[in-house]
Write a protein that binds this ligand. Structure first.
Ligand code: TYD
Length: 218
């Protein structure tokens, strides 16, 4: 159970090209939440992101890749997410633990169940109140990815991205009520409305601070 006054953490998850970054921004705007992302939202995270994803550097082995993602998240949690939640702010993050389970666990073949303890240890109890999986077919996502210089993972073949997609669906199914799967193939406004509805159904909306509640409506 969340301590009273604590904000809520919502994670947007999905394969590359699913539209998650646009949807994370629309959701954060709608909730007046702090918008953040992984990997790379902290100074340490920027360096970690480069080590993990820069296709011009030596490729980490899958276990090292998983640990780099977990290190980025540990720093992100302590520097950004936990303080915001403690102050009562809601937080929307573009990717979180589910991405490590799906990309490194399923995509890289390390095993979702084997990675869970690592992923849980890194976040030290800061679990999302809700994870939203934006599910699209790999072929749809590919069409949307107009990256000029794709990162190391985006360069991988469709087989990898199919494993990541089904990894996400497995994680969502196993989690039950703390994950919701939204079909991301429609237009951005319709998908956004569905995500906002799903979040409100499960978490309600942020309660404005008392000072704002006292302001007269104009
Ligand atoms: P993202 O920033 O969402 O991609 P982009 O900047 O291209 O929109 O994610 C970067 C890549 O990192 C993406 O291919 C997914 C991958 N990733 C993992 O493999 N594991 C993780 O735990 C995370 C957070 C991301």
């Amino acid at each position: 159970m969340n301590p009273p006054g604590r904000g809520r953490l919502i994670a947007l998850e999905g394969i590359d090209g699913c539209g998650k970054s646009t949807q994370a921004r629309l959701l954060a705007d709608s909730l007046d939440a702090l918008l953040t992302f992984e990997p790379g939202a902290t100074q340490l995270g920027k360096a970690v992101r480069r080590l993990a994803l820069d296709a011009t550097l030596a490729e980490p082995v899958p276990r090292a890749e998983a640990l780099l993602m977990a290190a980025d998240r540990a720093q992100h949690v302590d520097e950004v997410i936990r303080p915001a939640l403690a102050s009562g702010r809601w937080v929307v993050t573009d990717r979180y633990s589910g991405s490590t389970l799906a990309y490194q666990g399923a995509g890289r073949g390390l095993g979702i169940d084997d990675l869970r303890p690592v992923v849980d240890w890194a976040v030290a109890g800061v679990d999302p109140d809700l994870s939203v999986l934006l599910d699209v077919a790999v072929s749809t996502a590919r069409l949307r990815l107009a990256e000029v210089s794709p990162d190391r993972l985006e360069q991988l073949d469709d087989g990898f991205h199919e494993r990541v997609r089904s990894g996400f669906l497995t994680v969502a199914r196993q989690a039950g009520a703390s994950w919701v799967v939204v079909d991301g193939s429609g237009n951005a406004d319709d998908v956004s409305a569905e995500i906002i509805r799903a979040v409100e159904d499960r978490l309600g909306r942020p309660i404005p601070p008392p000072s704002e509640r006292l302001l007269p409506h104009v």
